[in-house]
Design a binder for this molecule. Structure first.
Ligand SMILES: *[C@@H]1O[C@H](CO)[C@@H](O)[C@H](O)[C@H]1NC(C)=O
Ligand SMILES: *[C@@H]1O[C@H](CO)[C@@H](O)[C@H](O)[C@H]1NC(C)=O
Length: 506
């Protein structure tokens, strides 16, 4: 690679020097010039263009050489590698008829080895470059082989019925986008929930007092009971009771224990990942950690800079996903349009997102009377540019907050209108998140029917906004948005105090 670039560059340099110095022009060239006399200016423009091309080639060469030099070590020595499934295994994937979706399914098979979160930014850049090249090649193959197969019937419009109308997809295609109100509990799970509940109250003696100050959505006088972060057991005679609600902190403990994989031994678990991945921690650590986070970070705060970040409608909760048959328990929907960030300030960017997710959990809790508390996220890649891209460090901090403190709150993420730059951002993002979350990400195909079918299933027909081809004409207005009853205002200084009080998250 290196060699070829150098040789092509030097040959261009020689062409340039032979034609640029008019005095040392070779006789043959002079003859040519007299035969076809050119105006002086045109000649100059020609030389300028030539010079420009050479400069471009030199620069490209330098860039390639530098990148190659920088990445050579990383790519050969790095133990953390995103491995793609082999070409042959891709060929035989039965899901290929789903077009774009299957492209993404392949990506979801990527294995990210442990220890990847310790990669340097440089390593990421190299990984992208390598990965993007690989992907470009594999995409080209994909297209070619598809053309070859084009005379075989492929049911890409599987969601279109005989009359040509699209049909929503079955809800079972998106198992995490819907949650049943009353989850069944095994005896083992019940006893683990009781155990952990007991332990946390022993090691944090003022637990019961402190948890009342940090409900979902933040502390306010009229906060509904159903939004309690830690809900005391409700009597089994209550109308809305479920097995989980009959346990102290049932809903909360269920989500933490699920992410801990229902461990046999509560003395050593590997969650939260950043703090406990290596040596393990006692299970109550994660709950104490989130209690501290909620007290210090105050994820519900709204500050002037957050309003500035969100001025154009970067992120907002609006509506609920459809329910499972005969139940309420809907997931809130959070709409995220990274292209509409009005001010890129990382600490406040993350806060703006976190506040909206926090609020969506609160509203889902309220709607389901304390039984669910989850959100689905729709990300639109429209108008996204490099200028709107947060730094890797900012993304990492945000992901850590979500993974540690919004445990099992995410239903599904729909990625729509993804362009090239978004894919790069995605590549940055994917290695940072756990497999559990990665499996919840759905790349929405560009095909109109397929896309509509997915939106109708996961979001509900009436919720699809006009900017995604639907009929919900809700228009975000930043002042109205933060003027609702549940907004809790704070100052920008308050909003950044956590950086020194909880350095783990800065
Ligand atoms: C494709 O669709 C047609 C008509 O809807 C159906 O009869 C056929 O079985 C489908 N083929 C596959 C492979 O699903
Ligand atoms: C809970 O967190 C606080 C603040 O970080 C810490 O001082 C305390 O030791 C923790 N308790 C337990 C049991 O981990």
């Amino acid at each position: 690679m290196n060699k070829r670039t150098t040789s092509s560059t030097s040959s261009n340099i020689s062409t340039f020097s032979s034609s640029s110095s008019s005095r040392r022009r070779r006789p043959r060239k002079e003859e040519n010039d007299t035969e076809h006399p050119q105006p002086r200016n045109q000649g100059r423009a020609k030389y300028f263009l030539l010079g420009f091309s050479v400069a471009t080639i030199l620069l490209t060469g330098a860039a390639i050489t530098t990148t190659y030099g920088m990445c050579k070590g990383v790519l050969t020595s790095s133990s953390c590698r995103i491995t793609l499934p082999t070409k042959d295994s891709q060929r035989t994937t039965p899901k290929r008829k789903r077009g774009l979706l299957s492209l993404f399914r392949k990506k979801r098979n990527e294995k990210i080895e442990p220890g990847c979160s310790h990669l340097e930014p440089k390593d990421y850049v190299c990984q992208w470059i390598q990965h993007s090249l690989q992907e470009m090649l594999s995409n080209m193959r994909f297209v070619r082989s598809d053309n070859r197969m084009s005379n075989q019937p492929v049911n890409v419009t599987a969601t279109t019925d005989d009359t040509g109308n699209h049909q929503p997809r079955p809800k079972t295609d998106f198992p995490t986008a819907f949650t049943s109100e009353a989850l069944p509990l095994s005896p083992h799970q019940t006893s683990l929930i009781e155990d952990l509940g007991q332990q946390i109250r022993t090691v944090v003696p003022d637990w019961e007092e402190r948890v009342t100050e940090i409900p979902w959505g933040g502390p306010r006088n009229d906060a509904p009971r159903s939004t309690q972060w830690w809900a005391p057991a409700s009597p089994s005679t209550s109308k809305t009771t479920t097995p989980l609600k009959q346990l102290d902190g049932g809903n909360l403990l269920f989500s933490y224990l699920r992410i801990m994989n229902w461990p046999q031994d509560l003395r050593k678990v590997y969650f939260p990942f950043k703090a406990c991945k290596k040596q393990g921690c006692p299970a109550p650590f994660a709950l104490n950690h989130t209690l501290n986070f909620r007290e210090i970070y105050q994820p519900w705060l709204v500050t002037p800079t957050m309003k500035a970040v969100n001025a154009k409608g970067l992120v907002y909760h609006q509506g609920f996903s459809p329910s499972l048959d005969g139940e309420h328990a809907p997931h809130g929907i959070v709409w995220l349009r990274p292209g509409l960030v009005a001010r890129l300030d990382e600490v406040f960017y993350a806060r703006t997102l976190v506040r909206e997710l926090e609020r969506s959990v609160a509203l889902s809790m309220e709607q389901s009377r304390g039984r669910v508390g989850k959100f689905n996220v729709v990300v639109s890649g429209k108008d996204f540019s490099f200028g709107a891209m947060p730094s890797l460090r900012g993304i990492k901090a945000f992901v850590t907050i979500l993974q540690d403190h919004y445990v099992d709150r995410l239903g599904v993420v729909l990625l729509a209108d993804m362009g090239r730059i978004c894919e790069i951002l995605l590549k940055l993002f994917l290695p940072l998140i756990t497999e559990e979350v990665r499996n919840k990400i759905v790349l929405v195909p560009h095909d109109k029917n397929e896309r509509q079918a997915i939106f109708e299933t996961v979001l509900g027909e009436d919720n699809i906004p006009t900017w995604l081809g639907g009929r919900n004409d809700y228009r975000f207005n930043v002042d109205q948005h933060y003027a609702s009853d549940d907004a809790i205002y704070g100052t920008d200084v308050q909003a950044t105090e956590y950086l020194s009080l909880m350095p783990y998250h800065s």
